[in-house]
Ligand binder design. Structure first.
Ligand code: 5GP
Ligand code: MG
Length: 177
């Protein structure tokens, strides 16, 4: 990607907020009295997590897990590992993974297996965006914000080489010719 690359808005902040409101109705329905444990995948999910928990407005707990990332690369190597684990016990909890984007599906597949071994009472997946065209493995998504095209996205927590996370909209990074 060249240095002339400029982010272009794909999904604006109002549309994101409206969709998260709708998602929260579905999620609240399931978890109302369960004190769920929301597990965000760092770093990309932190903005989504913050907005989601505020509109959910039910008793819940928040944890974050850090998995090995792409670094400066825009393609997954397929090798995932836990860089920073969870502090709360998962056994017997109703766990909801909160992810920013699913691309190959390898990261969440790894995390689902990792958490399943810890014997949660239930385990579901919520992702703000999904790129179905890129899946290398089948992924069952319980709560999905937006289906997105096969483009590299930044903003709303998503970075490219640590840049652009602060942008309020979900943007496409592309060359401005
Ligand atoms: P997967 O393992 O599904 O290929 O990749 C998932 C992870 O790759 C996401 O959690 C995210 O960190 C990163 N990723 C995938 N696609 C994009 C993208 O378009 N933009 C950014 N910034 N990160 C992405
Ligand atoms: Mg991520």
């Amino acid at each position: 990607m060249s240095s002339q690359t400029e982010p272009r808005v794909l999904i604006g902040q109002q549309e994101i907020a409206a969709r998260i409101n709708q998602l929260s109705l579905e999620i609240r329905e399931t978890y109302q009295d369960q004190n769920p444990l929301l597990v965000g995948i760092l770093k990309g999910s932190f903005v989504f997590m913050a907005d989601l928990v505020r509109v959910l407005a039910i008793p819940l707990e928040v944890e974050f897990i850090r998995l090995s990332s792409y670094g400066q690369r825009t393609e997954s190597s397929g090798k995932v590992k836990v860089v920073q684990g969870l502090r709360s016990p998962v056994k017997g909890r109703d766990v909801l993974i909160v992810e920013d984007i699913i691309d190959s599906g390898l990261t969440v597949t790894y995390l689902l297996d990792y958490l399943r071994k810890k014997k949660p009472a239930s385990l579901r997946l919520c992702t703000l965006t999904d790129k179905p065209a890129r899946h290398q493995v089948p992924v069952k998504i319980d709560y999905l914000g937006f289906t997105v095209p096969d483009k590299f996205l930044v903003g709303y927590g998503l970075d490219w080489d640590e840049k652009y996370r602060y942008l309020p909209d979900i943007c496409v990074l592309e060359d401005d010719e």
